[in-house]
Design a protein around this ligand. Structure first.
Ligand SMILES: Cc1cc2nc3c(=O)[nH]c(=O)nc-3n(C[C@H](O)[C@H](O)[C@H](O)COP(=O)(O)O)c2cc1C
Length: 221
């Protein structure tokens, strides 16, 4: 434990300023995501998805970002998994990226909805065959008797579905429509930069999140 208490890193690489940050948080996010991709970080596309459990407790796991546009952030999963059932009951969620080599964290909060069947089909059919069979073979989050039982289910589906398996109805995408972003850049002496974007609550128009005005403010580290 002493070792843990002594672990300390000073953050010195970069800064983030409310004057120079993009006015559109999606643009700012894409810049940072591209920098994480360019820096060849291990799994820069991994993000922690937190959902609301059935009893209101938080529930977190890693998923992979598969797309981002002005409507939101997309990932794919099993609609009948624990997270899928939680989302059906409560669509509030947060996403968290941590890119330690860049001394950056991004927090995104919003509401989840399923992407269209066409969007799920397009992504499903771009996946390697084994992953497509796996989507059939894994009743994600359910208990299974053994590793062998999983391997057998995989083989059985491989035989049954052939080389062009359709997308199972229980598998597809979600899009998080954000109402809050926070960009964190580590700085020396723990005086980190935290720039928050929130949808301006005075903007009551019918426009989508993407077209709304974002209020920007600096938060204390
Ligand atoms: C690096 C990494 C990437 C993952 N990507 C996904 C993903 O894109 N979709 C997914 O459903 N699960 C993904 N998982 C597995 C989830 O973390 C989790 O185990 C699974 O979705 C079941 O979660 P649930 O029981 O809370 O529904 C990934 C795990 C790791 C460590």
């Amino acid at each position: 434990m002493n070792q843990l208490a002594d672990l300390r890193k000073d953050y010195t690489q970069a800064s983030l300023d409310e004057g120079s940050v993009c006015k559109d948080p999606f643009q700012q996010f894409e810049i940072w995501l591209n920098e994480a991709l360019k820096a060849q970080l291990p799994e820069p596309n991994a993000m922690v998805l937190s959902t609301v459990g059935f009893d209101g407790s938080p529930s977190s796991r890693v998923v992979l970002i598969k797309g981002v546009d002005s409507q939101g952030i997309v990932f794919f999963s099993n609609y009948q998994s624990v997270k899928g059932r939680q989302i059906a009951q409560n669509p509030k969620a947060s996403l968290l990226f941590f890119w330690p080599e860049l001394e950056r964290q991004v927090r995104i909060e919003g509401l989840l909805e399923r992407v269209s069947a066409e969007e799920s089909d397009a992504y499903f059919h771009s996946r390697p065959l084994e992953s497509r069979i796996g989507a059939w073979a894994s009743a994600q989050s359910e208990p299974i008797s053994s590793r062998e039982a999983l391997a057998k289910a995989f083989e059985d589906f491989r035989q049954e579905l052939g080389p062009q398996p359709p997308r199972p109805d229980h598998w597809g995408g979600y899009r998080l429509a954000p109402h809050r972003f926070e960009f964190w850049q580590g700085r020396p002496s723990r005086l980190h930069d935290r720039i928050e974007f929130r949808i301006d609550s005075s903007d009551t128009s019918e426009s989508s999140n993407a077209q709304r005005l974002w209020a920007i403010r600096r938060l204390s580290p």
